[in-house]
Design a protein around this ligand. Sequence first.
Ligand code: NAD
Length: 263
Amino acid sequence: MDGSTEARSAFATDVRDRVVIVTGAGQGIGRVYAREFANSGARVIVADIDAANAEAAASGIVSDGGQAHAVRADVGDAGSVEAMAAAAQDTFGRIDVLINNAAIFSQLDRRGFEDIPLEEWNQVLHVNVTGSMMCARAVLPAMRAAGWGRIINISSSTVPLGLPGFMHYVTSKAAVIGMTRAMARELGADGITVNAIMPGLIETEVENRGRTDAVRERVLGMQCVDFLGRPNDLVGMLLFLASPASGYMTGQSVAVDGGCVHL
Ligand SMILES: NC(=O)c1ccc[n+]([C@@H]2O[C@H](COP(=O)([O-])OP(=O)(O)OC[C@H]3O[C@@H](n4cnc5c(N)ncnc54)[C@H](O)[C@@H]3O)[C@@H](O)[C@H]2O)c1
């Protein structure tokens, strides 16, 4: 499980027995990440600020025969994030992968930046950027001790698009790309890679307050493929980034968006 040449030479793309923390895994895309990592044999910490959703997601995995443990965690709170990492260690004994998925997103209203309350602006940047950094900090001791780790940040293809109406959100997801690059440089020598994905428009079970049929049609028109993305369409890239096979790739941000943006 270390980063040595011998360990990497297996081209292993599997995540069996890896301990994976997925933040924001109580609903939406994160819930599917948690389920699919468990289906692939990983042991999953289902972390969310919504304890009931985290419990429901984790028990669904367990009743399907997977390994999961729910933790109520507010990624915007340093103490809560430390407790999340401790719970992962206590439950599964290690931390191999962090998926920084939690964000303030689906409940955001679409409006011009002059109308975004400053409090909401600050909260989006705090949770989406500082929260991801604090989660990475919290898992570092375990990953450093193991000499191996994968940190996967979730950005968005709204960044290259510069999508209007969500300037705080787009700004936060742009910061995630810069953070991914700097973090990769700081952690490479520890055997820890840091990459990001930029999902396109992804439909989940949750109503997205800022999304209209006109937005869906416009995005579909910009994509190369003729269907809107679902959470499962992101899972293959995440499994790769979480596995030993991606060990020579770090600091990158990859668009998984039906070909909507080409970087
Ligand atoms: N759905 C899309 O089209 C899309 C596109 C690009 C990127 N993304 C990104 O993918 C991720 C998931 O998106 P989604 O559509 O499932 O969003 P969502 O809003 O449905 O889910 C976000 C989850 O994060 C949790 N959360 C919010 N604040 C938290 C906090 N402080 N601490 C812990 N958990 C917290 C919520 O409770 C929720 O379970 C987000 O990072 C989002 O920005 C989504």
